[in-house]
Design a protein around this ligand. Structure first.
Ligand code: GLC
Length: 609
């Protein structure tokens, strides 16, 4: 019988030293790091790829390339699927040296020019912890650990760099005037995109990126060790979830790329051939035809921040708002030439269709509930009012009492005969940030958050979902998940990392006081509680049952919120305004179909602007 093997590719970088922890240079600056290949993270970094085999998978050719050994490797040995950086342009970013700024305690003097801000004890501690969470690869900072709790004996995969978790860390660094770690992260993860990868015997397509990666130190012989960048494309992830937000279609990556360029002014970055190719690969993945009838992205359960079974398969709001932002980012960054003309047209059409779809069909307020409550069902016609055949009996009892007279929100998911009426905080906040929802809807969402403060914020901002699934629903929908018991973790737990996104949305809508109120609340306990990952109970009063402490995105989210509040003008680099061209495209497209009702609906929703 032919042996089937798993092939697992890894980047490698050889180091001439006895041993060295990933964070070694941060804790004790080590002269050995001078032996690294290059001071520039990418121009000189020729990473090796290592291939290991074990049973049960298809075998691939074996080869290896090392960055430091003298016997390695002319460019002719370059593996074909490694991006060629020979086209690299010099960056225009005016970085300060990362190590002097962040590793050797120079952080305090690194305020952006023109602003002197006195850091509180809490902020100082947060910066210290954030720096300690920095992970290096071949001597260069490339990301931050998900959590860095010295007391945690079972870190599972929290000792990895998660793509989505790194976003607030990246923003904190960028807002502090430090771009190098972000640039390195973007490049390293971009390279991973072109790797050949397999999960069991299946090789997913190009464009895929890992949800997380880890830098391992592997001994080569008595004197040398090799650092290996080991990605998780889902083959080790708990539940084998497909992280669409950061892995599968790399929505966060592209959003971060745009933030990096806007904040640093490094526009040369987006002109690079490899970056342009990366953007196109992402677009190809997101825009490829499927069986779907909707412009929204169809995904499996656990495909985003909620990376466990929680009944979000289908078209969850969080993915749609990240998808919308990523498309807007791509459109901004794509080099306009003959070759990209069609792609830009496709992106514009999708943006326009997606915003119409979400604004029209996901929006919920008292008036809309009343419409649904009186829906007729089983309508067969292009003119149907109840297009998705929603049975009014689906409206949950809690909602009828809960919905305020003022305000509204986007529902969590929409599919034939199914509306998920739960309030998903990240999806709603990111709809505001990305302008997926109309300005009027944006304000209404914040009104609802304000009027339902006790439920959605309580003692710790912010609840990830409201309300929690309980009893039979919990058993069926989560599969009796003991981590996701009612009002815990992803099932109604409170996640302080959401603070930065909330702050951004509030600043965008001119509701700074609301953001301040949330940040003040977080300040009451985050520091003394040691920066938990999440809080439990209805009001978010207790540190989560299995919550990590010293969770990096909690720390970074807090710092980013503080800096955004101190420099609200910077926030405008991170959100999007209404795009009237897109609206017009949608109204035109609808009127061409000649469906009067649709056109009326469109006009109505566009007037909401
Ligand atoms: C948990 C969260 C996920 C996060 C990861 C690392 O799995 O559900 O969203 O990325 O921890 O912090």
């Amino acid at each position: 019988m032919n042996a089937i093997k798993i092939s697992k590719m890894k980047f490698g970088c050889r180091l001439f030293m006895q041993s060295r922890s990933v964070l070694g240079f941060i804790k004790s600056p080590n002269p050995i790091r001078n032996l690294h290949i290059s001071s520039h993270p990418f121009l000189g970094l020729r990473c090796a790829i290592k291939q290991t085999h074990n049973h049960f998978c298809v075998s691939y050719p074996k080869w290896r390339q090392s960055c430091c050994s003298s016997s390695s490797k002319s460019s002719s040995n370059k593996p074909v699927h490694i991006v060629d950086y020979s086209t690299t342009l010099e960056t225009g970013v005016n970085d300060k040296n990362f190590e002097s700024s962040y590793v050797h305690g120079g952080g305090d003097s690194d305020e952006p020019a023109g602003k002197t801000v006195v850091e509180t004890e809490m902020e100082k501690e947060a910066w210290r912890l954030l720096k300690e969470a920095v992970v290096t690869y071949c001597g260069n900072p490339v990301g931050t650990l998900a959590a860095n709790d010295p007391g945690d004996k079972m870190p599972l995969n929290y000792d990895q760099v998660f793509i989505r978790d790194f976003v607030p860390s990246a923003l904190a660094f960028l807002l502090k005037g430090e771009g190098e770690i972000v640039r390195n992260f973007l490049f390293n993860t971009l390279q991973l995109q072109s790797w050949e990868k397999t999960v069991d015997c299946y090789s997913p397509g190009q464009g895929l990126m890992p949800a997380s990666f880890k830098i391992r130190t592997v001994p080569l012989d008595d004197t040398k060790v090799e650092e290996v960048l080991d990605p998780d494309f889902g083959e080790s992830a708990i539940g084998r979830v497909a992280p669409v937000d950061s892995g599968k279609t790399r929505l966060w990556w592209i959003i971060l790329l745009r933030a990096y360029i806007k904040i640093t002014g490094d526009y040369a970055m987006q002109e690079r051939v490899d970056v342009q190719t990366g953007i196109k690969l992402i677009l190809n993945l997101c825009l490829s035809d499927g069986f779907d009838m909707f412009p929204s992205l169809l995904v499996t359960d656990g495909s985003c921040m909620i990376d466990r079974r929680m009944g979000i398969h289908g078209h969850p709001l969080e993915i749609q708002s990240l998808f919308y932002s990523a498309l807007r980012c791509a459109r901004e960054m794509l080099a306009l030439d003959e070759g990209s003309k069609n792609l830009v047209r496709t992106v514009n059409n999708r943006l326009s269709a997606l915003s119409f779809h979400i604004r029209e069909y996901y929006w919920l307020d008292m008036k809309k509930i009343n419409e649904i409550y009186r829906y007729k069902t089983e309508e067969y016609s292009t003119e149907a009012i109840n297009k998705f055949n929603i049975y009014p009996e689906q409206i949950p009892y809690w909602l009828m009492d809960w919905i305020p007279g003022e305000g509204g929100y986007m529902i969590g998911n929409l599919q034939p005969a199914h509306m998920d009426f739960r309030f998903f905080t990240l999806g709603n906040i990111w709809s505001i940030v990305s302008s997926l929802s109309t300005p009027k809807q944006n304000n209404s969402i914040l009104n609802l958050l304000e009027s339902k403060w006790d439920d959605l914020v309580g003692d710790m901002p912010l609840k990830i979902i409201y309300p929690a699934l309980e009893e039979e629903e919990w058993r069926i929908i989560t599969g009796s998940d003991p981590k996701n018991t009612p009002w815990s973790y992803h099932n109604g737990g409170s996640w302080p990392t959401l603070l930065w996104q909330f702050t951004l949305a509030c600043i965008k809508m001119g509701r700074i006081e609301l953001a301040r109120k949330a940040v003040d609340l977080a300040e009451n306990s985050l520091y003394s509680d040691h920066w938990p990952e999440y809080y439990d109970t209805r009001s978010g009063k207790f540190i989560g049952k299995q919550s990590r402490l010293y969770q990096t995105w909690t720390i970074a989210g807090y710092l980013t919120s503080k800096m955004l509040l101190e420099n609200p003008e910077k926030a405008s680099l991170l959100f999007w305004e209404e795009d009237y061209d897109l609206l017009e495209m949608c109204v035109c497209a609808l009127s061409k179909t000649g469906r009067k009702l649709c056109a009326r609906g469109a006009a109505k929703s566009q007037i909401l602007v």
